[in-house]
Design a protein around this ligand. Sequence first.
Ligand code: UD1
Length: 369
Amino acid sequence: MVKGPRTVICVVGARPNYMKAAPIVAALRRSARLAPLLVHTGQHYDPDMNERFFAELGMPAPDSNLEVGSASHAVQTAQVMMRFEPVLDSAPDPIVLVVGDVNSTIACALVAAKKGIPVVHVEAGLRSGDRAMPEEINRVLTDQISDLLFTTEKSAAANLAAEGIAAQRVHFVGNVMIDTLVANLPRAIPPAETLATAGQIPAGRFALSTLHRPANVDDPVVLGRLLDCLAEIGAGLPVVLPLHPRTRARIDAAGLTGRLDGTRILALGPQGYLAMLGLMKAATLVLTDSGGIQEETTALGIPCLTLRDNTERPSTVEFGTNTLVGRDPARILAAARTALATGGKAGRIPEFWDGHAADRIVAVLEDSF
Ligand code: UD1
């Protein structure tokens, strides 16, 4: 009997997962030995956080959508687990591939591991050392139960070794998110178009900011201070601020909407991938708390100030254009002024952030399974 290709169930759940999964799904479709089955957990569901990315990235529609939606961490994780189990039961001899560090990542990895199904983690070994971040818990646990671990940067190997994970399970392949960036850069949407569509006057030079980490947006005092800080930077250089739905909801709930009035903060809705790429590429400076944007600005050579005390992506600081500035307004303002006066930190691109990480991953998968 001729055996067909073995199924690799690729899980996505939240916005940052799509850019990571897209090149892997494409590479698996080119494989004679393996075939992708795309499962969306529905953790993110707004079209702006979801369908738009699938269309832009040329990803096939998910083979199934578990439609879990938003809830507390426990409920969301549990719902993903309950709804993912039957998907595994209906696939013969699958492999489960998870990316990143969102709740859907640990939920699906855990269901598969308990059923004796091989688990593959892409973007393994990143550690902020900060267990107050829900993502850090998701990273540590997913890595512990993964059979194959693919890393994006060299720091990850030492983190995994320190947690007792055997080196032969770990493969340094580079960064799949940069595969997507390299492939889509020519299609990036010019910022003037994005701003005009959002009803904003196109800026000349501008800074770009994103905020969505619970530590930055859940406390109204911290959030208010950060918005004031962006307003002050805006006095010199307009600040384009695409708002994550979570951040928009927190601003509204805390009665902070008025803080944006009369400032040169250009608040937009959530942007698609190609619009964000265009904004990042053209920005004079980026201020963010996003993990992905730290990496993308390093790949693009754009100076980035990260509004956190730590990063799980140290190569962006060691080699790239990233500087950690925390969330103290005085420190952020001083760093922004310095970056604007000097042109900001120069950097180089970390090893294997070259557009070919997904091919390396599929080559290892073909060898291993
Ligand atoms: C999740 C990830 C985070 C990632 C981020 C990117 C976890 C623990 N966190 O955080 O690592 O950086 O995605 O966006 O998995 N909401 C909508 N529409 C949506 C999705 C969310 O309005 O399509 C709102 C809801 O109010 C929801 C809130 O955003 O309660 C938070 O969504 P959730 O998926 O719980 O976490 P994120 O903050 O998006």
